[in-house]
Unconditional design. Structure first.
Length: 256
């Protein structure tokens, strides 16, 4: 089990938001807006030897804020080349650009879905372009009844694809790891979504859980559910983002 740090960028700032509140027009319920640029956090993670974290650009391309988001992302990648993954609007046209900027891997969701289904042609071309080892699939999900379904487009669009062992098994041929935000819990710091975590425990490849972690006890519960195989991200609950969980405590217990 490994701690994966994050840098979420929205409206040109490093932020923590309530994931389910995010809209295409740039509106969101903010938990924390940093006065510091993204390179501060990248340098902090680098100093602590925390790698394989992720940068997420939360505004879509075409948004009035996208270029400001991109500048923040560039600052982080310049500060920690090869140490951070990046996601947010990644596609065939820009994936290599992000890798050339210094991202270790690109994170993709929306581009590989069409009409609510996985577009395996697009996915295959993307894998061929960047290489399986440099591709992360974001399988963020929302609960529908007793099942979880993958969501796209900044967690707004529900697909027809269930998050389950068979889905992960099939997709594992195309990527190196999964990143999964439990979207209904994202940014609320009210505890993990246990059923979602139980699905991830059976992932055939490395998997990172995000969403709702509020305490070290939540992390320990995730460790138990996944038998130490599920990595994790803490956002709004982390002290560097205005929360109560000490980054130093996490590093002591779950650092690289």
């Amino acid at each position: 089990m490994k701690f994966r740090p994050c840098i979420d960028i929205h409206n040109g700032s490093v932020k923590q938001i309530v994931g389910s509140s995010l809209k295409d027009d740039g509106s969101a319920a903010d938990n924390f807006i940093s006065e510091l640029d993204a390179d501060f956090y990248a340098k902090l993670y680098r100093a602590h030897g925390l790698n394989d974290g992720h940068i997420i650009i939360l505004n879509p391309k075409g948004s009035e804020y996208y270029n400001a988001d991109l500048e923040q992302a560039k600052k982080a990648l310049d500060a920690y080349p090869g140490g951070l993954q990046i996601g947010g609007g990644v596609n065939l046209n820009n994936a290599c650009d992000f890798l050339n900027m210094g991202a270790s891997k690109v994170i993709v969701t929306s581009f590989v879905f069409h009409d609510g289904e996985i577009d395996f042609d697009r996915l295959g071309r993307l894998t061929e372009l960047v290489g399986r080892k440099r591709l992360v699939l974001d399988l963020s999900c929302k609960r529908q009844g007793e099942e979880y379904f993958i969501v796209t487009d900044r967690w707004q669009r529900l697909t027809n694809v269930k998050l389950c062992v068979s889905t992960m098994q099939r997709l594992s041929d195309y990527c190196d790891e999964f990143l999964v935000h439990a979207a209904d819990a994202e940014g609320k710091a009210k505890g993990i979504e246990i059923p979602a975590a139980e699905i991830l425990a059976s992932s055939p490849i490395n998997c990172t859980y995000a969403g709702g972690i509020s305490s070290l006890e939540d992390i320990q519960l995730l460790e138990k559910i996944g038998d130490g195989r599920i990595d994790f991200t803490v956002g709004s609950a982390l002290d560097i983002f205005g929360g109560s969980i000490s980054l130093d405590d996490i590093i002591d217990k779950f650092g690289s």
